[in-house]
Design a protein around this ligand. Structure first.
Ligand SMILES: [Zn+2]
Length: 496
């Protein structure tokens, strides 16, 4: 009998909601770079006698996210206290949602490993507060070997939406696609900036491996699952899962057994290491928070949120392909982020051909953005200017080479007219008389070539092409090649 080991993966994604203040107090959520323990108050420090007040905006963002993930929004949900004792949680409990979460039962589609869409079910989306942050004093920042630790509560009480998937993911590649899709969706919705490096989107993975009979597909043994923490990039999610699946498969293949535990991903060494044995739900002793009334989502809020949902990335991608005839990869690229999508459509609205606009955005716009460190929002070349440039190229009035130069000048913040002049192109394009004069000059300066053509020593037309090239160079690409060749051929015959 040959065995096949199939991974079973479920993800929990913590999304930091883009609110100005924390979930239960008026402290600022803007803690990046803030002096430790300055964005705090008695509520988020968990001082006795302080009372939490729910931030309405956090609920609205949670509802928006839930709707976009096709979840059912519960009109009645409850906050619980999740008890555990950690130094980064001064109350010794975290306010979270337990059996009555804000949203349940959604789905999202991702590209599967075989390229076909795969449906990943969403178990639930619930709201909770973030914990503080421990800073360990060991030189390499690791807990191990630290002489002592500091606690910064600035992040404590920042609102999170936790999105829990069903164990529908069957490979590290799919896990990566899923996280990317969720992140993209949250950004589209304006629910979160989704910055994984800064911790505003954090992923925990539950992974196990089932041993099956290769021939019959019968499941012979379910491996115990582990939870992996500390993956702070898409690449880390993929690598950590690859490692963990290999590790679990090897243990099962040798007839060993796995322990239910929480493991830490060490990105530098590329391994997961055991952190602690995994707590079960009853270890947390959940009970309803007596200080916070239930969340009631009214029909009005539901309706207005539903109406205000933006076009979601997958819908936009499909529309770009259909309406503008973009190839799949271009459509995906243009819909990848909302600012890029808006820029692209603005370009098209200003008269650029969709294919040409998409091509310019993928290459030139992104090249200049990367080189100069611009974001799409602050990009100095307005979509209308790019559209004008693209139209000049399409109309044969400008070569792509010169257009790139003009574009580079536009990106320096110059006006369209200045940019054209700086690139050596004339703003009004060239008149046919201008082109005639250029042809004349080129013919006169290349008498020997002209003589060769006239005496029939250019059967393949290579020399005419050479002359046309010289005229193009003189025209700074602002003339149509076909027009130049036409004039050249006429003149070469005329003067015979
Ligand atoms: Zn506070």
């Amino acid at each position: 009998m040959t065995f096949r080991y199939i991974p079973v993966i479920g993800l929990e994604i913590h999304v930091q909601l883009s609110t100005a203040t924390k979930i239960f107090c008026p402290c600022s959520t803007d803690y990046i770079g803030a002096e430790p323990n300055t964005n705090v108050c008695p509520v988020c420090l968990g001082l006795p006698g302080s009372l939490p007040v729910l931030n309405k905006k956090a609920v609205e963002l949670g509802v928006r996210a839930g709707l976009a993930l096709s979840c059912t929004i519960k009109n009645h949900s409850v906050f619980h206290r999740k008890n555990y004792f950690y130094p980064d949680l001064p109350k010794a409990y975290q306010i979270s949602q337990y059996d009555l979460p804000l949203a349940e039962g959604g789905e999202i589609f991702i590209p599967g490993d075989d390229g076909r869409p795969r449906r990943i079910r969403i178990t639930r989306l619930h709201l909770e507060e973030d914990a503080g942050k421990l800073v360990h004093s060991a030189a390499d920042g690791r807990l191990e070997g630290a002489a002592f630790s500091f606690v910064d509560y600035n992040r404590g009480g920042v609102p999170l939406a936790e999105i829990v998937s069903e164990p529908d993911i069957t490979s590290p590649g799919e896990a990566r696609e899923y996280v990317a899709r969720i992140r993209q969706t949250m950004r589209y919705l304006g629910v979160s900036d989704g910055d994984m490096e800064r911790g505003s989107l954090r992923v925990d993975a539950n992974v196990s491996v089932k041993k099956t009979d290769e021939a019959t597909g019968e499941v012979l043994c379910w491996g115990e699952r582990t939870e992996i923490k500390n993956m702070n990039s898409l690449r880390a999610v993929e690598r950590a899962l690859q490692y963990e699946i290999r590790r679990q498969t090897a243990v099962l293949a040798e007839g060993g057994s796995l322990e239910r535990e929480t493991r830490h991903w060490n990105d530098g060494e590329g391994v997961t290491t055991s952190m602690r044995s995994k707590e079960a739900a009853d270890d947390y002793r959940y009970f309803p928070d007596p200080d916070i009334p239930p969340i009631v989502v009214t029909e009005e809020l539901l309706e207005s949120t539903r109406n205000a949902l933006p076009e979601l990335p997958w819908t936009k991608e499909g529309r770009f392909a259909e309406k503008y005839g973009l190839p799949e990869t271009d459509a995906a690229f243009m819909a990848e982020s909302l600012p890029v999508a808006l820029y692209f459509e603005e370009c098209v609205k200003s008269g650029a051909s969709p294919l040409r606009a998409a091509n310019w955005i993928r290459t030139e716009v992104f090249r200049v953005m990367n080189e100069k460190g611009f974001s799409m929002d602050s990009f100095p070349v307005k979509p209308s200017a790019l559209a004008e440039l693209v139209s000049l190229v399409d109309g044969g009035k400008l070569s792509t080479t010169v257009a790139r130069e003009v574009f580079a000048r536009l990106a320096e913040g110059r006006s369209f007219k200045d940019a054209l002049e700086a690139a050596g192109a004339s703003p009004g394009g060239l008149s046919s008389e201008d082109v005639e004069k250029m042809v004349e000059r080129v013919l006169r300066a290349n008498g020997d070539v002209v003589e060769e053509i006239r005496s029939g020593r250019d059967p393949k037309g290579k020399k005419i092409k050479f002359l046309a090239g010289l005229v193009m160079r003189e025209a700074r690409g602002q003339a149509d090649v076909a027009a130049i060749s036409g004039i050249l051929e006429r003149r070469l015959k005329e003067d015979r």
